[in-house]
Design a protein around this ligand. Structure first.
Ligand SMILES: [Zn+2]
Length: 389
C-alpha cells in the first residue's frame, strides 16, 4: 500500500465546505477535491454541543487532533476514511453552524471570536495520511490502526477500496434513503440504505449469477460509467419474487432470493396455486420453519426438510413402542412391523426402543399428520430405508 503523510491547514481543508442540514452531513472540502462524508453514508453525530465544541477547543489550545486518513480516489479526488466527524465539526464551526463557550462563559460563533483566535484556528495544521492500496492491504491496515469511532462495515470498506464511477452510481441507486423503491425492496431484503445493505445484496446477487464474488465484480466494473447490468439483474429478481408470490409474508425478508431466482426463475408458476400452497403451509402446525416454505413451494413441494416438520415427541414414541411391543409379543413376531413382514433373521426380533425410530405411516408430505394415530416405530434400518424413498 502506498501512503503519504501530508499536512493541511484548517483553512485549506474547509475551503468550499458544504454542510447539508437536511441530511446531516458534511459533504465537501479542499476546494471540492475532498468528499467528507461520501453521500448516503452515515450521518454526522458530533453535533451534541460537546464533542463538536471539544474539537474547536483543541484547536484553540494547540492540541493535536489525531491522524486523519484519506483514500485517494484518483489524483485529484479524495474521500475521508477516518476523520469525518472531526472535519465536519471544524467546517460547521468556521461556517457559523454552532457556537462554543469562551473562558468568560460567553457563547461565541466563529465570526465573533477575536481575529487572533480566528486565525489560530484557520492556521492549525492537520496531519493526513493519503492511502492507496489493494483490498487486502487496506483491510490489514484498518485492523492495525484500529480506527476510532464507528468502524466501517464490510460494504463501506469495499466502497472505499473500489471507489470510482461505478460505486458512486451504484450508491446513488441502492444506498439512497430517498429512493422510492426502498419500501418494496424491504419486503425481501433486510437492512437499510444508509448501511449499504441493498447495495451489498445487489452486488452479491449480480456477482453470484456470474460465478463471482462481490469483490471481483466490483473490481471488474470499477471504471464503468453505468450500472445498467447491476440494476437490471436486481430488478429482475425483485419482479420475479412479486410475480410468483402474491402475498408478502414477513418471513420472506432476507431469504437468499438471488440463489432462488437462479434456480427457479425459468420454471413457470401459477400465482394463485402458489398463494394457496403458501397459505396452507402457513396454516400447518407441523411446519416449524416458515422461511423454508418459499423454496419448498418453488421446488414443487418435494423437500420437506426445508420446513423442519415437527417430529413426534417422546411420550408419543414411548406409547407407540409399548403398544407395538405388547402386540408383537402376543403374536410372536418382531415389534418392527416391517421386520415382521419379512423373512430375515429379524422376523421375530423384539427391538429395544433405543434401536427404533418414529415414522409417519402416511408421509407428512402426502398429508399425514404428526400425531399418535399416524406414528409407527420402525427399526433403524427400515426407518432409514423408508426415509430414502
Ligand atoms: Zn425392521
Amino acid at each position: 500500500m502506498k501512503t503519504e503523510l501530508k499536512k493541511y491547514t484548517v483553512s485549506e481543508i474547509v475551503d468550499g465546505f458544504v454542510y447539508n442540514e437536511l441530511e446531516g452531513k458534511g459533504l465537501f472540502g479542499l476546494s471540492g477535491k475532498l468528499t467528507i462524508q461520501p453521500e448516503y453514508q452515515r450521518n454526522y453525530i458530533y453535533a451534541d454541543g460537546k464533542k463538536d465544541a471539544a474539537v474547536i477547543e483543541s484547536l484553540l489550545k494547540g492540541y493535536p487532533l489525531g491522524l486523519i486518513y484519506f483514500n485517494n480516489v484518483d489524483k485529484n479526488n479524495f474521500e475521508v476514511l477516518d476523520g469525518q466527524q472531526r472535519i465536519t465539526s471544524i467546517g460547521r464551526f468556521t461556517t457559523g453552524k454552532f457556537a462554543i463557550v469562551d473562558e468568560n462563559g460567553h457563547e461565541q460563533i466563529f465570526t465573533s471570536l477575536t481575529p487572533d483566535k480566528q486565525s489560530k484556528i484557520l492556521r492549525s495544521e492537520l496531519l493526513v495520511y493519503h492511502c492507496e492500496g489493494t483490498e487486502t492491504e487496506i483491510k490489514d491496515w484498518f485492523k492495525t490502526i484500529n480506527i476510532a469511532g464507528i468502524p466501517l462495515n464490510e460494504q463501506e470498506l469495499l466502497n472505499a477500496i473500489y471507489s470510482g464511477s461505478f460505486v458512486t452510481l451504484a450508491k446513488t441507486e441502492f444506498s439512497n434513503s430517498a429512493n422510492a423503491n426502498i419500501q418494496k425492496w424491504s419486503a425481501y431484503v433486510k437492512g437499510s440504505a444508509s448501511r449499504q445493505d441493498f447495495l451489498a445484496t445487489a452486488l452479491a446477487w449480480a456477482a453470484a449469477a456470474q460465478g463471482q464474488e462481490k469483490e471481483g465484480y466490483m473490481a471488474a466494473h470499477r471504471q464503468d460509467t453505468n450500472i445498467k447490468e447491476l440494476k437490471t439483474y436486481y430488478n429482475s429478481v425483485m419482479d420475479w419474487i412479486s410475480g410468483v408470490f402474491r402475498d408478502t409474508e414477513k418471513e420472506m425478508c432476507g431469504l437468499e432470493w438471488g440463489r432462488l431466482y437462479e434456480a427457479y426463475h425459468k420454471k413457470s408458476y401459477n400465482p394463485s396455486k402458489v398463494s394457496k400452497a403458501v397459505q396452507d403451509l402457513y396454516g400447518d402446525v407441523y411446519v416449524k420453519n416458515r422461511r423454508g416454505v418459499f423454496e419448498y413451494v418453488l421446488g414443487g413441494e418435494k423437500d420437506p426438510k426445508l420446513l423442519e416438520v415437527r417430529v413426534f415427541d417422546e411420550p408419543t414414541k414411548q406409547t407407540v413402542y409399548k403398544q407395538q411391543t405388547a402386540s408383537a409379543n402376543k403374536k410372536g413376531t418382531s415389534n418392527c412391523p416391517l421386520c415382521a413382514l419379512g423373512h430375515s433373521a429379524n422376523k421375530n426380533k423384539i427391538w429395544e426402543q433405543k434401536d427404533m425410530d418414529a415414522d409417519h405411516v402416511a408421509a407428512w408430505s402426502k398429508g399425514g399428520a404428526t400425531d399418535i394415530k399416524n406414528c409407527q416405530m420402525l427399526c433403524r434400518t427400515h426407518n432409514q430405508a423408508k426415509g430414502n424413498k
